[in-house]
Design a protein around this ligand. Structure first.
Ligand SMILES: C[S@@+](CC[C@H](N)C(=O)[O-])C[C@H]1O[C@@H](n2cnc3c(N)ncnc32)[C@H](O)[C@@H]1O
Length: 345
């Protein structure tokens, strides 16, 4: 099932912007290690409207151009056909005026498919996108997110799907990279204490539990049917560091056999920018609207595809109301795994 972000993505996702900024040091490390070549292809997988990564690509292009002034640079923004790819094209085009006047292209395909020809990419990057699964691993009947569900059977199925997908993604990327090329993935993850996006260990409410409570309440009020309730599933998965590294530690994995190797990895925590602003200014209406919009940007599709737009609108009206009623109990904190890889053969 394809997912889709709401329109105006980057205006609603200050947290994702901070997550990209937190990875910019490693992005520069990657491009600074590239061998001199006539040309380099750089690609941003799952870029949404591209707005959150404009600053990162400014830095990366400038740095690569400073190191290799004679190289032609091509920047490709990738996302699904359902994405706002016009907005992506416009944000990529912001890079064209800077030297060395890069070529910019949009690849409107899934990152579960090959994106470019084999052995062509010098630097692949992806932020906060590869947690989306390629397909449903079967029913999740008792919750809207598997990792908050406590459903052991569903958790096993979702974990297996997530690992199959991750192996597939790395296999595809390992084919696209040229020898010496670098891949940096910045993914929503689960840390060793089991924390993940929206679950900060009880400092504030678990956002996924809150979404589920609202959805379940709507089923009890018969605003949605039991079948629609069951179909309302956020089809993503927050992998652990070990799960992220597994295909690179397994010498028989396709990615490993294609020459992809782990260079470094780390877990990075990004605090909710909406909550930080509320701590400073106490503007509850602004906090409730902003936090709701950022949660809606990635979860709306899951509810709308199960029960239609009106039902999804109700979810987010109720969510905003809940935040406004108890602002001190809300925060959307990010747990992200950074994985730097290179192709050696
Ligand atoms: C939360 S946004 C992240 C956007 C941007 N990379 C950032 O960090 O701000 C996730 C993006 O992943 C995209 N996405 C999800 N599944 C995808 C797939 N299979 N192929 C390409 N893009 C995908 C979504 O369409 C969405 O634009």
């Amino acid at each position: 099932m394809a997912i889709a972000m709401t329109t105006g993505y980057s205006a609603q996702t200050e947290g994702a912007l901070l997550c990209i900024k937190a990875a910019s040091d490693w992005a520069l490390t990657c491009v600074n290690q590239l061998a001199v070549a006539d040309s380099h292809v750089l690609i941003d997988y799952g870029a949404a409207d591209g707005g959150t990564a404009v600053g990162l690509w400014n830095q990366v292009l400038d740095s690569l151009h400073a190191n290799q002034p004679n190289a032609h640079l091509t920047l490709i923004g990738n996302d699904l056909p359902s994405n706002d790819n016009n907005a992506l094209a416009n944000n990529l085009a912001l890079q064209i005026p800077r030297n060395p006047k890069p070529t910019v292209l949009v690849s409107a395909r899934s990152f579960y498919e090959p994106s470019v020809e084999p052995n062509s990419v010098s630097f692949g990057f992806s932020a906060t996108a590869m947690h989306w699964l390629s397909t449903s691993p079967g029913p999740l009947d008792s919750h809207t997110h598997v990792q908050a569900s406590g459903d052991a059977d569903a958790l096993q199925r979702f974990t297996a799907q997530a690992m199959k997908d991750w192996n597939h993604i790395l296999e595809l990327r390992s084919r696209e990279l040229r020898v010496g090329g670098r891949l940096l993935t910045v993914n929503l993850s689960r840390d060793e204490a089991g924390l993940y996006l929206g679950h900060n260990g009880g400092k504030t409410r678990n956002v996924h539990d809150q979404l589920h409570q609202i959805w379940q309440g709507m089923a009890k009020e018969s605003l949605i049917s039991q079948e629609q309730y069951k179909q309302g599933t956020v089809l993503n998965f927050y992998k652990s560091p070990e799960e992220f590294m597994a295909p690179l530690k397994n010498e028989s994995s396709a990615a490993y056999r294609n020459g992809l190797r782990l260079v470094d990895e780390r877990t990075v925590y990004v605090k909710c920018p909406y909550r930080r602003r509320w701590n400073e200014n106490g503007d509850t209406a602004d906090f409730a609207a902003g936090l709701m919009a950022t949660i809606r940007s990635w979860s709306r599709h899951s509810f709308a595809s199960a029960a239609g737009d009106a039902a999804a609108d109700t979810v987010f009206e109720r969510l905003q109301q809940r935040i406004a009623e108890a602002p001190s109990e809300w925060s959307l904190d990010y747990v992200e795994h950074h994985q730097m890889m290179k192709k050696v053969t």
